[in-house]
Design a protein. Structure first.
Length: 154
């Protein structure tokens, strides 16, 4: 199955839609990372929200967490931006094919057509743009990739 993903990112917000899965995500352009291994801890959560969610956990681990805005031109992170997009594309697939068998079937048969708009993309250093497009092109689950109206894969 081809799953259409439409995404818009600005310095402030990330909006992701997958109409077939009835998925609509509108979150701050903010990702919490573990400083040691750069793994994602939370998507779209502020420090205050994380503290409210788990005061004890926040007190114990706040020194190990950094916040970045992965889709902002001045702090663009190709790997994290790619991971956020693929996470939500996979989430849409899981909504469409629930259960273990559905997820296994999805891995084999589903592909994503991703249409992404990033405000200020032209201000991102060329090397980071190339890293990002390389990640998107190499992903076998990505059937079509369009970035700011330019078809880069499929």
């Amino acid at each position: 199955m081809i799953i259409d993903i439409q995404a818009w990112a600005s310095n402030q917000r990330i909006l992701i839609k997958a109409p077939q899965a009835n998925l609509h995500v509108d979150i701050p352009n903010l990702v919490a990372l573990n400083k040691l291994n750069r793994k994602i801890v939370a998507l779209g959560k502020t420090e205050e929200e994380m503290q409210e969610q788990s005061a004890l956990g926040w007190r114990l681990h706040r020194d190990k967490i950094e916040f970045i805005t992965p889709f902002s031109a001045n702090s663009f992170d190709a790997r994290i931006a790619y991971t956020v997009l693929i996470y939500y594309a996979g989430y849409a697939a899981r909504l469409l094919r629930p259960g273990t068998f559905g997820q296994m079937l999805s891995i084999v048969t589903d592909r994503f057509n991703i249409d992404l708009r990033i405000a200020g993309y032209e201000n991102i250093p060329i090397g980071l743009q190339e890293d990002f497009t390389r990640l998107m092109r190499r992903d076998r689950m990505v059937n079509v990739f369009i970035l700011n109206g330019l078809r880069l894969k499929g």
